[in-house]
Design a protein around this ligand. Structure first.
Ligand SMILES: [Zn+2]
Length: 237
């Protein structure tokens, strides 16, 4: 296992002779219903990235624990950053990966808010325009086959995330609340969505199970492995 933060520089130098690929997990610090911890997105990305790194002997970088959270803003424990802040920070990290010898960087995000993804995409885009290296942006949620999920439209803190957390940190799963979707306007731009968010769940945690969690986890790992393969198989551009 090449866990970057636990290695000394000579060990990293040696490791770079074996591979110049690194996976960096990203997440968010935000409410995840009354039953899941606020680092749910981050720990999911960390654990999936760790498993993929282990199977492929690639580096695992320290995670980014903060992201852009809009719909969960105002809940105790939701700590969000600005669009420009995240974009600049991730861009800087990508450039520094290059400087230290990495040529393939896979960002795996456990949080997938619209602005969050857009900021990451722009940071990646800017980095690959400037430097000759490969960067992939993978959203963990996209790796789950929705045909295997019982709850239509299951999202934040629902069936998928609760199942995954039962595998990753069962000790931090405080029950399985029922179906809950906030009723939000289709077109209206609101100043504050918090009053509409109820308990903060957008899905159905009661449909979660350990078995599903194991299946979702493996799907996510397989997805990351496909993204790693793409580094090699996709022609240079
Ligand atoms: Zn989440």
């Amino acid at each position: 296992m090449m866990i970057l933060e636990e290695m000394s520089w000579p060990e990293i130098e040696l490791g770079l002779k074996e591979t110049n690929t690194v996976i960096m997990p990203l997440g968010a610090t935000e409410e995840h219903g009354p039953h899941l911890p606020v680092f749910t997105d981050t720990i999911q990305a960390i654990e999936v990235a760790k498993e993929a790194a282990k199977r492929t002997k690639t580096f695992l970088a320290p995670p980014i624990h903060y992201g852009i959270c809009r719909s969960t803003r105002g809940f105790p424990g939701t700590i969000t950053v600005s669009y420009d802040g995240l974009k600049a920070y991730v861009y800087d990290i990508l450039i520094s990966f290059y400087e230290t010898g990495f040529r393939k960087v896979l960002l795996l995000t456990g949080h997938a808010g619209g602005q969050h993804m857009a900021a990451l995409e722009q940071a990646c885009q800017q980095a690959v325009v400037e430097l000759d290296f490969r960067v992939s942006l993978v959203s963990l949620f996209d790796l789950i086959d929705i045909n295997t999920v019982e709850t239509p439209g299951d999202g934040h803190s629902g069936e998928i995330e609760t199942s995954l957390m039962m595998v990753i940190r069962q000790d931090l799963v405080k029950g399985r609340p029922g179906y809950h979707f906030p009723r939000r306007p289709m077109f209206l731009v609101l100043k504050n969505v918090k009053p509409l968010m109820g308990n903060g769940i957008m899905g159905d945690p009661s449909k979660a199970s350990l078995e599903k969690g194991k299946a979702f986890f493996e799907m996510a790992v397989q997805g990351v492995l496909r993204a790693l393969e793409e580094f090699e198989s996709f022609p240079e551009n």
